[in-house]
Design a protein around this ligand. Structure first.
Ligand SMILES: Cc1ncc(COP(=O)(O)O)c(C=O)c1O
Length: 448
């Protein structure tokens, strides 16, 4: 058995039970792994229907160009169709999307145009308007527009919704779906409601997007915040979004989305994207309140697109998304017996004598009871040997660019400082020096 081309491989993605991350085992939680589609996301499903509709309407002729604003995944879905059917592709992407996603589209032979994220949809620089302009300036080009094209929700009605119903043998009671264009939730919701109106359709919105506000008030908010989860949320109401099939909307933050996505990889072995984390975080909130049932949560794309983003600790730290052990450094201070310092007027020879006497490799330099610099063995070697003018006082050679931290600082702050400097001066709340912590002081804290 074989498939006639890659497009036939799309769909029929597996449902996999979530075990450790299901906080309520009385209710079964199943994840639909949409990243198992050949192009790596749920958007593979809509590529062919969008193009076939255009072909039928005579809007796309042989050798034509497909132009689409996309957060990346729809681009891959369309690029696969374009490759098989001989079309060219130009994709317009907001600049917040990952570099991996841009490169991915280029790998399929597509042209990628990058536009600013923080502009309104009506702004001529927005990815919607830029794609309109490119499409109107090129003859024999077509913009499928996943935000208004009925083929988008229809595909999910015919495929994703039907698959979920059949795979759960009609036992599904809840489905949790992140909302981007709304195509998935509108199509899946309509299909499942038709099969059993009691099935609860739960939409998920990132903090900063307007869907939740719209759902509750019937109006889009005037102000939006930017957020980091990709492919999800909206600042206008697309035609493909049908709230009549939605029973509730849950709002989830970037931090919650990313932390749970990382746990999904580490605890369940499922490497999924940020919008999957968003959906899973919402599913976990909803499932806690249920007594029985069977919940399906859709995981739209793979974590491989985000290795340099939320799967990277430094990236997470930069945005304050990591829950690190924020113990203060106080317990390290107690271990030190003496706080040895040298006066700024002391000679280098006196500093060396102190170092030998106390068997230490660095010294804070003080003046009027305040630390004014630091002295290390390497500074002393550099200034005493191979230097024709021997310095009179340590003030001449000390490192004035030292780091000091209050005793209430966290271990993480200390670690960061010690990556830069060999020692860090620790002060009390008033700035009075209390101690000096070195790299080995910090490392000893972790020894067994
Ligand atoms: C990663 C990701 N998750 C979720 C979605 C949302 O799906 P839909 O547009 O069907 O609402 C998208 C849409 O682009 C996406 O790229």
């Amino acid at each position: 058995m074989y498939y006639k081309n890659i497009l036939e491989v799309i769909g029929n993605t597996p449902l996999v039970k979530i075990n450790k991350l299901n906080p309520n085992p009385k209710v079964v939680m199943l994840a639909k792994l949409e990243f198992m589609n050949p192009g790596g996301s749920i958007k593979d499903r809509i590529g062919l229907p969008l193009i076939e509709r255009a072909e039928k309407m005579g809007r796309l002729k042989k050798g034509g160009t497909i132009v689409e604003p996309t957060s990346g995944n729809t681009g891959v879905g369309l690029a696969m169709v374009a490759a098989v059917r001989g079309y060219k592709t130009v994709f317009v992407m907001p600049d917040k999307m990952s570099e991996e996603k841009r490169n991915l589209l280029r790998a399929y032979g597509s042209k990628v145009v990058v536009t600013p994220t923080a502009v309104s949809p009506e702004d001529e620089r927005s990815y919607y308007r830029v794609s309109d302009k490119i499409a109107s300036e090129n003859s024999n080009s077509y913009k499928p527009d996943q935000y208004s094209n009925p083929a988008n929700p229809e595909t999910h009605y015919r495929t994703t919704g039907l698959e979920i119903w059949e795979q759960t043998e009609g036992k599904i009671t809840h489905v949790v779906i992140g909302m981007g264009t709304g195509g998935t939730i509108s199509g899946v919701g309509k299909y499942l409601k038709k099969k059993n109106p009691k099935i609860k359709i739960i939409g998920v919105d990132p903090v900063g997007s307007g869907y939740d506000h719209y759902y509750r008030t019937g109006k889009m908010p005037k102000l939006f915040k930017t957020y980091k989860v990709e492919g999800i949320g909206e600042d206008f109401l697309p035609e493909t979004m049908d709230f009549s099939v939605v029973d509730d909307v849950v709002v989830i933050s970037d931090k919650e989305s990313f932390l749970i996505a990382r746990q999904l990889a580490g605890k369940e072995g499922i490497l999924a994207g940020g919008s999957s984390g968003l959906a899973l975080a919402a599913a976990r909130k909803v499932i806690r309140k249920l007594k029985t049932g069977l919940m399906v949560v859709i995981l739209p794309d793979s974590g491989k697109n985000y290795l340099s983003k939320f799967y990277n600790d430094d990236w997470m730290r930069d945005f304050g998304f990591l829950d690190e052990k924020n113990e203060t450094i106080k317990k390290l201070l107690n271990k030190k017996l003496h706080f040895i310092t040298v006066q700024s007027a002391a000679t280098p020879a006196e500093a060396v004598k102190l170092m030998r006497q106390y068997q230490i490799s660095q010294l804070p330099v003080v003046e009027n009871k305040k630390v004014v610099g630091t002295l290390t063995e390497s500074i002393l070697i550099k200034s005493l040997y191979g230097n024709s003018k021997i310095p009179v006082s340590v003030a001449e050679i000390m490192d004035r660019d030292f780091i000091s931290l209050p005793e209430t600082a966290s271990e993480t702050q200390l670690a960061q400082a010690l990556k830069e400097k060999e020692m860090v001066i620790i002060t009390d709340k008033q700035g009075k020096p209390l101690d000096v912590l070195t790299r080995i002081d910090f490392l000893s804290n972790f020894s067994v």
